[in-house]
Design a protein around this ligand. Structure first.
Ligand SMILES: Cc1cc2nc3c(=O)[nH]c(=O)nc-3n(C[C@H](O)[C@H](O)[C@H](O)COP(=O)(O)OP(=O)(O)OC[C@H]3O[C@@H](n4cnc5c(N)ncnc54)[C@H](O)[C@@H]3O)c2cc1C
Length: 337
């Protein structure tokens, strides 16, 4: 391992100032992704500024409704929070479908949003990867592509975003609160992660030294239901092949409103706006759900090993919407994995 410095941040301003002025400094959350990258040689910061001691570990109601989740809140605590379980079950379910109990006890909200792709070529420093080393080439395009993107990829990168939590938060219209050297920013999560384009090394719109301080969730209409479903190769401790986060508001058999995001399909959590357009104001029927799923996946461009993801994403979306309209839906409580 390459030697590096370690500091515990005293306050957010100091942490931002220290990281901003040193291009080789990085924030450290629970370390469950970054420390792996240090060991693998994927990252080699000169200084780690540990932000887990900052007072960012609260889940608080927002004055106008909704909830503010501190960036230091651990994934386990967020999943178990009574407000999250009762008002945002989709988020609780997404968190509990990720990693393992031990990892969730360490992983933070801020670090989870910034975890990097699990593309095997990105994590293997002996292979070219444009995301790890811009301009070196993409080993995945002609490699093993079972886990890769079917939507929004570029010729430079076909990796997918790995976080379950971020997919649920994208469906929930979350807003990321950021503190940087030039002040504060409020970034809708849907605009926070990037598609790869010509710069796959940049996962998000953050600039160096910007600290995530919180994530805000708006309140949801009374009576709407939400759910997260993750399809993967093993029943637990595996990343999504495809996942669906959906929030559905139905009245008199008609979709009043709907919010959907897909995971495992793109370089960022994929907001399913085309499906939402088909669904809004339409009868909440199987036929509508199918049309919505067809519309969303119409432009999918599968790779040689992952054509199965297209029908898998369609069918999972239809199945989640069908579940959310069942009269006897009781499983609003999270499912652990
Ligand atoms: C074996 C294994 C299985 C896993 N399975 C899943 C899974 O199925 N689903 C899933 O979603 N995840 C999974 N994970 C990933 C896990 O959820 C992430 O590693 C974790 O959420 C990262 O959070 P952290 O606090 O440990 O981040 P860290 O590792 O500390 O940091 C990650 C990144 O975030 C930056 N950072 C941290 N905090 C801040 C902040 N406040 N502001 C700005 N930058 C910050 C760091 O500089 C770093 O770049 C798995 C991990 C492992 C090791």
């Amino acid at each position: 391992m390459i030697p590096f410095g370690y500091q515990r941040a005293e306050d957010a301003e100091g942490a931002v100032a220290t990281v901003s002025r040193d291009p080789n400094a990085m924030f450290l959350g629970g370390g469950t992704n970054l420390v792996d990258h240090l060991k693998l040689g994927v990252a080699s910061p000169g200084l780690l500024v540990d932000v887990t001691g900052l007072p960012l570990d609260r889940i608080e109601p927002l004055p106008g409704g909704g909830v503010r989740i501190g960036a230091g809140v651990r994934n386990s605590d967020l999943a178990a929070d009574p407000t999250i379980r009762s008002h945002y079950p989709v988020l609780s379910q997404a968190l509990l479908s990720g990693a393992s109990g031990q990892l969730r006890n360490l992983a933070t909200t801020g670090g989870n949003l910034l975890q990097r792709t699990r593309c095997v070529y990105f994590q293997d420093v002996s292979t070219p990867c444009n995301k790890r080393e811009p301009g070196s080439g993409c080993s995945a395009v002609d490699g093993y592509t079972r886990y890769h993107a079917i939507l929004g990829a570029s010729r430079l990168c076909v990796a997918v975003h790995p976080s379950d939590m971020a997919v649920a938060m994208t469906a929930l219209d979350a807003v990321v609160q950021v503190q940087g050297p030039d002040g504060e920013r409020h970034i809708p999560l849907v605009d926070f992660h990037r598609l790869p384009g010509d710069a796959p090394q940049r996962d998000t719109v953050l600039t160096h030294g910007e600290l995530i301080t919180a994530v805000d969730l708006p309140s949801l209409p009374t009576g709407c239901r939400s759910r997260y479903r993750k399809v993967r190769d093993r029943a637990s401790y595996a990343f999504a092949l495809v996942s669906v986060a959906a929030v559905l508001d139905v009245g008199d058999g008609t979709v009043r409103d709907v919010w959907i995001a897909l995971g495992g399909v793109a370089h960022k959590p994929w907001r399913a706006t085309r499906a939402e357009e088909v669904l809004r104001g339409a009868p909440a029927t199987e036929e509508t759900f199918r049309r919505a799923a067809e519309a969303e996946l119409a432009d999918a461009q599968p790779l040689p090993d992952n054509a199965f993801k297209v029908p898998l994403a369609r069918n999972t979306l239809v199945s989640v919407l069908r579940d959310l309209t069942r009269r006897d839906l009781t499983s609003q409580t999270p499912e652990d994995s």
